[in-house]
Design a protein around this ligand. Structure first.
Ligand code: DCT
Ligand code: MG
Length: 399
């Protein structure tokens, strides 16, 4: 009986979106709901989101509010604005009036009010107020430093600090090694990394890893795998077919990079991965694979078309953030899916698995709670198939 559904749609009452999708999922005869059928899923992993954003004017505004609440550590509205932003990024059309939003999931009253303002005046008062908010501005500035998270930024703010020179001249402040490096290379690291620079780094990593083990497997992940033109860092997965060898691979690669003069900073985390301890999924936490957060020196000559640097810069090189992750080969597909992102896409894959399939997904694997077993996968397609999801290409995961 789907009359409750059509009635709700007619009356404009909100219908629980989970339920709406059950209708599409569970092979109901769809004719009865065809005209009311919701075509945009509430789950980012059921939407195709390329890098072409037709609604940037709205998403830029909503992202400011999401970040404002993130800095305030108020999770509900932060997530609500991020979900709304993600839905708008997936739309193949420009939103031109509120009516265009009628059947879309994840758009709350607050979001719609902001969008209405923008539709009418081209700007939102609340967003402009937020942008000029002193606390927002200061936390935005401080968190732009590598190694400074919202907690540290807020602590500095509450100590009355407002600028980098305030922080650097405050005698009571002890910067850790990561933060010292963050300030040292601030100009370079806060400047976007271009696709050409990512490619050049790919060759450097490839060469370093192959010098250690010629049969290594290297994959570009993160935003550049999703087809982005620019990123804040470059992410790679690095592994070998020899199970167990991946645990000691990164220290060797790091040594090689150091020997070749590329290494400016290295924060290495050894593997704590233990299949026997899974599933102990804490979903927002970092995965257990060996990984390192690096800053590498990239020479101008290695980059086709030159560095993405300011015109005055005559050093002939720049510093770039690079992440390397080294999963065992039998976890490769899960690690690749997890590290390809986007963060919203990953979040919704996990939420979809949990709520719609009684499965637990993270960067290590997929656990079926009904069958009480882990599901093997050698490719990302295997994982989508396990989840009963249509395959979404990496460049369609920019949710
Ligand atoms: N990721 C993860 N676990 C972490 C960090 C990241 O699973 N501890 C995933 C989520 C996204 C992906 O890896 C890449 O992370 P980022 O580099 O932060 O994001 P990005 O999409 O590559 O964006 P950017 O272009 O800004 O680097
Ligand atoms: Mg990245």
């Amino acid at each position: 009986d789907i009359s409750w559904f059509t009635d709700s749609m007619r009356e404009g009452r909100p219908v629980a979106v989970e339920t709406r999708y059950l209708i599409q999922d569970t092979k109901f005869p769809t004719t009865a709901v065809a005209s009311a059928a919701v075509t945009v899923s509430q789950y980012a992993c059921q939407r195709q989101t390329t890098t072409e954003n037709n609604n940037k004017i709205f998403t830029d505004a909503l992202e400011v509010l999401a970040e404002y609440y993130e800095f305030k550590e108020i999770e509900g509205p932060c997530l609500a604005f991020r979900r709304a932003t993600s839905v708008l990024k997936s739309l193949p059309f420009v939103v031109q009036c509120l009516r265009d939003l009628r059947d879309l999931p994840c758009l709350g009253e607050h979001t719609k009010a902001i969008m209405e303002e923008i539709l009418e005046y081209g700007r939102s008062f609340e967003v402009e107020q937020t942008l000029s908010d002193e606390r927002y501005q200061t936390l935005k500035l401080f968190t732009s430093v590598f190694g400074v998270g919202p907690k540290t930024a807020d602590k500095w703010y509450r100590q009355g600090l407002r600028s980098f020179s305030d922080v650097l001249t405050e005698p009571g402040i002890h910067l850790n090694r990561m933060q010292q490096t963050g300030f040292l290379h601030y100009g370079d690291i806060s400047r976007a990394v271009s696709k050409a620079e990512a490619r050049a780094l790919g060759s450097i990593i490839d060469e370093a890893v192959r010098a250690i083990t010629p049969d290594a497997i290297i994959a570009l992940t993160g935003g550049f795998r999703r087809g982005k033109e620019f990123g804040h860092d470059v992410d790679f997965l690095v592994t070998t077919p020899e199970l167990g060898r991946e645990r000691s691979l990164l220290p060797d690669v790091i040594d090689e990079l150091k020997k070749k003069g590329f290494l400016l900073y290295c924060d290495y985390h050894a593997s704590t991965f233990d299949m026997a301890r899974l599933p102990s999924f804490s979903f927002e936490a970092m995965d257990h694979f060996a990984k390192c957060f690096l800053i590498l020196r990239l020479e101008e000559g290695k980059v086709e078309g030159g560095l993405n640097s300011s015109e005055k810069d005559s050093r002939g090189w720049r510093a770039v953030r690079v992440d390397l992750v080294s999963p065992p080969l039998d976890r490769y597909a899960y690690a690749l899916l997890g590290w390809t992102g986007s963060r919203m896409f990953e979040r919704d894959l996990r939420r979809f698995a949990r709520l719609e399939r009684r499965m637990l997904l993270d960067n290590h694997g997929l656990y079926d709670k009904t069958k009480k077993e882990f599901l093997a996968a050698t490719t990302e397609k295997d994982i989508f198939a396990h989840l009963g999801l249509e395959y979404i290409e990496p460049w369609q995961r920019n949710a």
